[in-house]
Design a protein around this ligand. Structure first.
Ligand code: ZN
Ligand code: ZN
Length: 334
């Protein structure tokens, strides 16, 4: 099979990646072999290539937003998956036994492993995965359109839920701070639930895009919101944005932080937290989040712009992501 590997962390993605021919893996017990149709590029892949995330394994095949078909199943594996269209996400496995796994918070499992980081991911013609961690997808959907939803969309969905937003939240006021890939998917879910969305972002172009996706108000960080918020999600990886969002909350409101890495959060005035406001982080996703989000993709008409590139252009995709030269998600097609 053909694959792209991160062989070493390097500032220039072209030095970090190489395209290789490897033996096609055989699925082990409990595993499936997936023939990849499309695999999207996420900022986390760039962080793995550049070493911002400490390497767990090298070389490793990145890619944790994978759409493909089950081509083979391993020994002692449910063969009803054979031939099915499936997706892979960041969560590749958990212990299944710890208190977090047992009470529905497998995203907090200390033994969790991640696709394209601890185990080989989807920037390849083939990938193996644990059968319990593949997600069934519609057989007829467009693989290139589906793949970029599998990270930003799912984490955006979990962020909404952690901010206290759900189908029962019609009419509530939600603030989104930063408007990249994940926010532009989260807003579509929120609008489907008839939540009122206010977007604060760094450029007029992003504010315009937010209005097109249903924001009733969108402006830059220099502007004040027209009213207070019931909930907020910060997508920008900057600590001061969290304190800004906190100041914009109404009594009882929640700020959910959607960021793996965040610089220092500045000191807050207790008056801004008083009246039962809260700040929460969002860490990874559960399989239930993936299933719930995928169930909304059709009914809510969730879409995102994408640009297809062949597998051997992976370094080029990361270089453009680094340079901010992105109009939609990059999707690698083997
Ligand atoms: Zn991702
Ligand atoms: Zn566990």
């Amino acid at each position: 099979m053909r694959a792209v590997q991160v062989i070493r962390a390097a500032p220039d993605p072209a030095d970090a990646l190489r395209v290789v021919e490897l033996p096609t893996p055989r699925p082990g017990p409990g595993q499936v072999l997936i023939e990849v149709e499309a695999s999207a590029v996420c900022r986390t892949d760039l962080q793995i290539a550049q070493g911002d995330l400490p390497p767990h394994r090298q070389p490793v095949v990145p890619g944790h937003q994978v759409v493909g078909r089950v081509a083979a199943v391993g020994p002692d594996t449910d063969d009803s998956l054979l031939g099915s269209r499936v997706g892979l996400v960041w969560l590749a496995g958990t212990c299944g036994a710890c208190r977090f796994c047992r009470d529905g918070r497998e995203n907090l499992c200390r033994s969790a492993v991640f696709t394209g980081y601890d185990v080989d991911g989807g920037w390849a013609t083939h990938v193996t995965a644990r059968s319990g961690f593949v997600h069934r997808l519609p057989a007829d959907g467009d693989a290139q359109a589906l793949a970029p939803l599998l990270c930003g969309g799912v984490i955006g969905y979990r962020s909404l839920r952690r901010a206290g937003i759900g189908p029962e939240s019609a009419g509530q006021r939600l603030g989104l701070y930063g408007f990249g890939a994940s926010a532009s998917l989260a807003i579509q879910v929120a609008r489907h639930w008839a939540v009122r969305c206010l977007v604060v972002t760094r450029s007029q172009e992003e504010a315009d895009r937010a209005r097109l996706l249903g924001a009733e108000w969108a402006g830059t960080y220099e502007e004040e919101l027209p009213e207070r918020l019931d909930a907020a999600i910060t997508f920008a990886p900057a600590g001061w944005v969290v304190t800004r969002a906190l100041r914009d909350l109404d009594r009882g409101g929640t700020v959910a932080i959607n960021a793996i890495h965040l610089d220092h959060i500045p000191a807050i005035d207790y008056a801004d937290l008083w009246w039962e406001r809260s700040i929460r982080s969002v860490a990874n996703v559960t399989r239930a989040d993936v299933a719930e989000f995928l169930g909304l993709v059709g009914p809510a008409g969730i879409t995102t712009a994408s640009e297809a590139l062949p597998l051997d252009r992976a370094a080029h995709a990361l270089q453009r992501l680094l340079a901010g030269d992105v109009t939609g998600a990059f999707v690698l097609v083997p």
